[in-house]
Design a binder for this molecule. Structure first.
Ligand SMILES: [Zn+2]
Length: 121
């Protein structure tokens, strides 16, 4: 299971697994009338598999937005701060900025998943 999937499910969402469904055979003359439907939750979309689930690793700002939605940004920020090197004050702020704004290796997503699992949220 990918880090993105693990985090998404820990946040309480479905990691969609799409299958193709034909909406109405009689409309086929107008072109391909199909949608994708999640096998697990029934979510309907015309997106493809790669587009229907979020990529927290590529865009760490999504982690911040999810924490805001949960009203837990402050508590999560303290958790992240606790795991940075507080003895190097300026450097640790920069580390956090890098983690939130630039990093694409999943550091913030990993911290969010650890935090959710530790807190049992
Ligand atoms: Zn789903």
């Amino acid at each position: 299971m990918s880090l993105n999937q693990e985090l998404h499910e820990a946040l309480g969402y479905c990691w969609h697994e799409l299958e193709i469904i034909v909406i109405d055979e009689s409309l086929k003359k107008y072109g391909d009338m199909f949608f994708h439907r999640c096998k697990k939750c029934g979510f309907l979309t015309d997106d493809y598999q790669e587009e229907c689930n979020p990529d927290y690793v590529a865009d760490p700002r999504m982690v911040i937005r999810e924490m805001m939605k949960r009203g837990e940004l402050e508590a999560f920020s303290f958790y992240v701060w606790d795991r940075s090197d507080k003895l190097r004050y300026i450097a640790s702020y920069l580390d956090i900025i890098r983690m939130v704004a630039i990093d694409q290796t999943g550091k913030l997503a990993r911290l969010a998943l650890d935090w959710l699992q530790k807190e049992g949220l």
